[in-house]
Design a protein around this ligand. Structure first.
Ligand SMILES: *[C@@H]1O[C@H](CO)[C@@H](O)[C@H](O)[C@H]1NC(C)=O
Ligand SMILES: *[C@@H]1O[C@H](CO)[C@@H](O)[C@H](O)[C@H]1NC(C)=O
Ligand SMILES: *[C@@H]1O[C@H](CO)[C@@H](O)[C@H](O)[C@H]1NC(C)=O
Ligand SMILES: *[C@@H]1O[C@H](CO)[C@@H](O)[C@H](O)[C@H]1NC(C)=O
Ligand SMILES: *[C@@H]1O[C@H](CO)[C@@H](O)[C@H](O)[C@H]1NC(C)=O
Ligand SMILES: *[C@@H]1O[C@H](CO)[C@@H](O)[C@H](O)[C@H]1NC(C)=O
Length: 559
């Protein structure tokens, strides 16, 4: 075990020392402006720009030329929102950034038409948001052409993950709208850009019915892909199209929609980049029951399960620990220092809308969990999860919420809408209305002087060693540094597609004026594409620098 203790884990142990009593704490900060649409999907596309998607219902307060839109560009610098026109219904889609910096949103709803409002079907959609020269998003548009650019199979509730060649692997989903279980499944994988002209059938997705929507998938550092759905998991080899089953999640806990737990790839550290996966929350509900026999008051699971994806780790199986409370629809998000934020979700019930026996208004879930926790991967089992010093919000974030780390180093949190349409606060019988308030969760370092990465390259090559000028506040110990290369992920349905943290080998010069670090060796360790680099000194994290990891070539690319 001792050999596993890297510089990183020692640093993390040092972090758990008590903070000085006058240190500023964690804070929730509600922004003055509303998001205008329910931010049920969110992805950071540039330094201060977040793309958000909602459902095509034609009733969003955010308008363009007098018509509601279901896309938005949120400006992190001044908390303003700009409408983004979307053609097809982007409800319950996934997405990612590709190796060339383009953001792609895939899948969605089979076609909204409630009598009042109709939008073209989004379940085969590929929506392209090209890198855009405007920092504020002015003039930036989404490109769609359903006739010429579309998925091979119809997919509502799919997942996606950027893989080693910078393209997107697209996983599962449902062909049709379904109130709860996956009854008309797309049990297959496909790629964007396409690797072949037919989808690849998946026995794993077939086996994990009926609760296998939004599978949680991670690109592993050997190029394979880990996927968990329902209570089962596999490693998928893209090059040979083979699935290798792993042990089930222990104790009957199910973790994918409509029984949403969440999952995260723990930070990868040099030199071995040994992958470990953490899966938290969900429920032990019996999926042989119809949804009307399930209850919004049924306690969610507090279980977290962790596995090391080496042959010894797989033989040892999942290690079980517990959150401080049960959570349905928790969100697991990396901090640049390697800790994991656990936030959002409900203490009881399920995902989806108005399908259990006793919905609360329209919500299948109840008892919002309002206090986040932190998970410290290198702490001993049983001591990893704590909410000490974390604040409590009064804004429930249940179904159709999102959260993402930003380049500024804080978390942007939006959404909540366990209702079919836009349902404003004050609607009779509605405990959980459509939520337009955006808040950030700000780590303590946001309110003190921070390390700075001064000038920075626009691109990094795999394996490249770089030295950059930095400033480090004099009260910080430069013996305790971490340099993280991160994909901030695409947040949708309690999962952050493609989110990743790779620590880089690094050192600070004697005078503390320059930082030298080494980029990961190849695209299997960090799939080529946009990334954010953060410097953390003594648990105080810099603002991130946006770079292109790799050539910036269009996918597929191995450089
Ligand atoms: C955002 O908030 C600021 C300050 O409250 C206000 O001046 C501005 O008009 C708002 N903008 C939008 C787009 O709501
Ligand atoms: C980010 O914004 C800058 C301008 O501030 C622009 O040059 C660059 O192309 C943008 N990148 C993306 C990926 O949109
Ligand atoms: C917000 O900042 C962007 C630049 O990032 C600017 O274009 C826009 O006008 C600002 N909006 C307001 C309301 O200040
Ligand atoms: C899916 O699983 C069912 C049993 O649950 C089996 O009968 C069927 O052959 C499987 N289909 C595929 C394509 O594997
Ligand atoms: C996983 O779920 C299946 C289907 O409900 C069940 O048969 C199996 O026992 C579960 N596995 C564990 C370890 O609980
Ligand atoms: C990036 O690659 C995708 C997939 O081939 C393509 O649709 C998109 O136009 C490319 N973007 C740029 C900026 O080359």
């Amino acid at each position: 075990m001792l050999s596993l203790l890297t510089a990183v884990s020692l640093a993390a142990l040092a972090l758990s020392a008590p903070a000085a009593s006058d240190a500023p704490g964690w804070q929730f900060d509600v922004k003055p402006n509303l998001s205008g649409i329910v931010a049920l999907e969110a992805i950071v596309v540039n330094t201060s720009l977040v793309v958000m998607f909602d459902r095509a219902t034609g009733d969003q307060p955010l308008k363009l030329n007098g018509k509601s839109v279901w896309g938005a560009l949120w400006d992190l610098d001044n908390s303003t929102v700009r409408p983004l026109e979307v053609l097809t219904d982007s409800f319950c889609a996934s997405g990612a950034l590709l190796s060339n910096g383009t953001m792609v949103s895939i899948g969605g709803t089979p076609g909204a038409d409630d009598g009042n409002f109709a939008a073209p079907p989004g379940n085969q959609a590929i929506r392209i948001f090209e890198p855009c020269a405007s920092a504020s998003g002015a003039g930036c548009t989404l490109f769609e052409n359903p006739a010429t650019l579309h998925l091979l199979e119809e997919r509502w509730y799919p997942s996606s993950v950027r893989i080693f060649d910078g393209s997107l692997m697209i996983i599962g989903g449902s062909h049709v709208l379904t109130p709860f279980y996956n009854v008309d499944p797309a049990n297959s994988f496909e790629f964007f850009p396409r690797k072949e002209q037919t989808p690849r059938p998946s026995a794993f997705l077939n086996r994990t019915l009926p609760a296998n929507l939004f599978p949680r998938a991670f690109a592993l550092p050997d190029g394979t892909v880990f996927i968990v759905a329902n209570n089962q998991s596999i490693i998928y080899n893209i090059e040979t199209d083979t699935e290798t089953p792993l042990p089930d999640i222990p104790n009957g806990v199910r973790v994918t929609n409509p029984i949403d737990g969440s999952a995260i790839l723990l930070p990868l550290s040099p030199p071995n980049f040994t992958p470990e996966v953490l899966v938290c929350g969900g429920s032990t509900a019996d999926t042989s029951l119809p949804s009307t026999s399930l209850s919004s008051q049924q306690p969610a699971s507090s279980q977290c399960s962790r596995i090391t994806l080496t042959s010894e780790g797989i033989a040892a199986g999942w290690q079980v620990e517990h959150m401080l409370e049960g959570r349905m629809m928790p969100e697991l998000v990396h901090l640049p220092n390697g800790q994991i934020l656990i936030t959002n979700g409900a203490g009881t019930g399920f995902a989806a809308i108005s399908s259990v026996g006793d919905p609360v208004g329209n919500s299948n879930a109840d008892h919002p969990v309002l206090t986040p926790s932190l998970y410290t991967p290198d702490a001993p089992l049983g001591q990893r999860i704590s909410n000490a010093g974390l604040p409590t919000t009064d804004i429930p974030r249940l179904y159709h919420s999102s959260v993402t780390l930003t380049q500024q180093g804080n978390f942007l949190i939006g959404g909540n809408n366990p209702n079919q349409n836009f349902t404003p606060p004050g609607t009779p019988g509605i405990k959980f209305p459509s939520e337009l308030r955006i808040e950030t969760l700000d780590p303590p370092f946001m309110s003190r002087s921070r390390p700075e990465l001064l000038t920075f390259p626009e691109k990094l090559s795999f394996g490249q060693q770089v030295t950059v000028p930095v400033t480090i506040p004099s009260d910080l110990q430069t013996s305790n540094i971490q340099v993280s290369l991160m994909d901030l992920g695409f947040s949708s349905h309690a999962f952050h597609s493609s989110a990743r943290l790779v620590f880089m080998e690094s050192s600070v010069s004697a005078g503390g004026k320059s930082l030298t670090f080494t980029a990961p060796p190849n695209g299997r360790v960090f799939p080529p594409g946009p990334a954010v680099v953060f410097l953390t000194v003594d648990d105080v994290t810099s603002v991130g620098q946006r770079i292109m990891m790799g050539s910036g070539n269009s996918p597929p690319t191995l450089e």
